[in-house]
Design a protein around this ligand. Sequence first.
Ligand code: NIG
Length: 398
Amino acid sequence: MSLLITNIGELTTQDAERRVLTDAAVVVEDGRFAWIGAAADAPAADDVHDAGSRAGLPGWVDSHTHLLFAGDRSAEFEARMAGEAYAAGGISVTMEATRAADDYELTRLLLGRVAEAAAGGTTYLETKTGYGLSVEEERRHARIASSVVDQVTYLGAHLVPPGAVADEYTELVCTEMLDAVRPYAQFADVFCERGAFDEDQSRRVLTACRDAGLGLRVHGNQLGPGPGVRLAVEFGAASVDHVNYLEPADVELLAGTWSGWDVASATGTPGVVATCLPACDLSTRQPLAPGRELLDAGVEIALASNCNPGTSYTTSMAYCVGTAVLQMGLSVTEAVRAATYGGALALGVQDTVGSIEVGKRADLQLLNAPAAAHLAYRPGMPLTQAVFRAGERVDGRG
Ligand code: NIG
């Protein structure tokens, strides 16, 4: 079966030449883009979807989420808005609630959040463990997550659970827990921040997870300057996430990892992606990550939702893109790229998803708007009109 999506008013491809086509069309065959060009030249297909002159762009690639959780922390959010500082300790509240939820309930909650993300244009999703924090619970959460989302990141090193001894718990994360989760995960992460894991503990986690064959990412420089970026670069991590407090040396280190990459043609060897999480920054009242500075230094960045119950309870990538344009100094094209191709780079799947190119998976969203600029021009509006993943509607409206 082939599908022609035609009458696309503006098509932001995010391909190597960053083409933006007008009056465009795409043809999907076997779930992949088979043809892209002017609507007037489009070949016939078995089925036709008329985009009604709407703007089209790649589906969002959300490269940083914590979607597997139960419970509610709105009281903590309200306290924060009243002036309390964010602290990693809130994670244990979610740990209790998530441990208490059975497989059926956790799967139901996860599917609901994935459906919400898909309705908002997300077509590729990573999620982390990290609310289990025991061998059996981390295994259970990883197993459930792997049956629903595209990629699972092992985050046993999210918090030292109450009552545990930090060094003993770190050892568990590096041994028995890692073995238990390994069959279900592609990446590992460590919360390298004050109140969570220090540099030495983070190094142990990264070493063990790398030796177990997992890709790496580091949660770093969120709550203050710290060793996160340095560790991510040293270990060749795929991404360092949050990056709110960067010293000039951190930016330089990150930029150095991209020396083998040609930004203009998106070819070469990728470096460490800096993942910016603007919804989290607003919800924790942290300074926004310096996305503009990073881009200007030659660092590829990703934008992600960081959907979690503590610091960023939203799956809306459109909100992140709008905020990046309005408050981080990114152009619309740069923000859309960071939320699509940038996310794909952070997850190591840039050859498969993240842009509209022949051969790639046919992930595309249409907006109820004539141009992608409306994502920032009309912030907060539910602009997503139709979402295709591998050529199939996944927005629940089709
Ligand atoms: O990214 N690694 C960090 N975890 C979350 C916070 C999770 C929580 O507070 O529940 C973050 O902000």
